[in-house]
Design a protein around this ligand. Structure first.
Ligand SMILES: O=C(CO)[C@H](O)[C@H](O)COP(=O)(O)O
Length: 323
């Protein structure tokens, strides 16, 4: 079963839906435009992952543009998996979302497992502002992401390459999150993937029209979205970065590399002084071209989160098997 953006529920049985919605492609386009317009209101901002109402208030007071409700910060999920305790990580308790919504006025995101469209239906029904189809949770469907066109609520999805980003947008993602390894306190993979996405866009921008067909085939992305990306010289939706961002300098690095904003979780709430660090990191997202200002923001923040270097440890990677 899945709900469409008109609120109609479509019941799936066997290979296809047994009750079809009547949405037209014009309606689909209008619904998608509405979602991306809402996403644009977050441009230049910091979305902070929080596990309780108190952390949500710290994020709001610091100036975060939104919070993401979660039961476990990525570093705690990583510790559990690294310690061999494994576990299945799912959508959070809807009660937590309600408590966080009651505590703040900024938009509230929540995570659903990749492919788990029922978790997304539940999150939509309780009024979250955005769903993150998130690779940090345990994957629910190894072959399919959620068909995000079926929802009124906008979605953000992770990517590590241009092809992956455009496939998620084809499925209806209204925002992309270029991802590294969340919960490590180490930005190395996020930098690698952000450079990959931005680099591929630069290569595409210099292609002649005839080369775009082959490029679309090569990166396994729909031709129309590839053509659009070439035309506008950027992803057709906002591209945030997330994973390991732990200092004002990390925030500024991502912004200078070309993303539209950042997700921060463990980097704030696993640090020595979350209140000061949260405020400094939010400010860094707008002062990212001013080294002197960034120096001021970096003074006396206390301890940054302890980090992990996956290459040294053969550590756990939050890979998305569906890509
Ligand atoms: O998982 C996320 C988004 O879905 C995190 O918000 C994001 O990647 C932050 O990671 P970190 O804990 O390393 O700051």
């Amino acid at each position: 079963m899945s709900s469409d953006h008109t609120g109609t529920v479509t019941v799936y049985k066997g290979a296809g839906p047994i009750t079809e919605t009547t949405s037209t492609s014009t309606k689909d386009l209008a619904a998608f435009a509405k979602k991306t317009a809402f996403a644009k209101t977050l441009c230049g901002g910091v979305i902070m992952e929080v596990t309780n109402p108190e952390q949500a208030r710290i994020a709001e007071v610091a100036g975060a543009c939104a919070v993401m409700a979660t039961e476990h910060l990525p570093s705690d999920i990583r510790s559990q998996r690294r310690g061999g305790r494994g576990g299945v990580f799912r959508m959070c308790d809807p009660q937590l979302v309600q408590q966080i919504r009651a505590a703040v006025r900024i938009p509230v995101f929540a995570k659903a497992r990749i492919g788990h469209f029922v978790e997304a239906q539940i999150l939509e029904s309780i009024g979250v502002n955005f769903v993150d189809e998130c690779e940090v949770l345990t994957v629910a469907d190894q072959d399919h992401h959620i068909n995000k066109h079926n929802f009124r609520v906008p979605f953000v999805c992770g990517c590590r390459s241009l092809g992956e980003a455009l496939r998620r947008i084809a499925e209806g993602a209204a925002m992309i999150r270029t991802t590294g390894e969340a919960g490590t306190g180490n930005v190395v993979d996020t930098v690698k993937h952000l450079r990959a996405v931005m680099g591929e866009i630069r290569v595409l921008s210099n292609m002649d029209e005839d080369e775009v067909f082959e490029f679309a085939k090569k990166i396994s992305a729909p031709y129309e979205l590839v053509r659009k990306t070439k035309e506008i010289g950027r992803l057709p939706v906002l591209n945030f970065a997330g994973g390991g961002i732990s200092t004002p300098a990390d925030v500024a690095l991502m912004m200078q590399l070309g993303c539209d904003g950042v997700f921060i979780g463990s980097g704030v709430f696993k640090s020595g002084d979350p209140v000061r660090r949260a405020r400094a990191m939010v400010r860094a997202a707008t002062r990212y071209t001013d080294p002197g200002g960034l120096a001021d923001l970096s003074y006396g923040l206390g301890e940054a989160m302890p980090g992990w270097n996956l290459e040294d440890e053969g550590g756990v990677r939050f890979a998305d098997p569906t890509e």
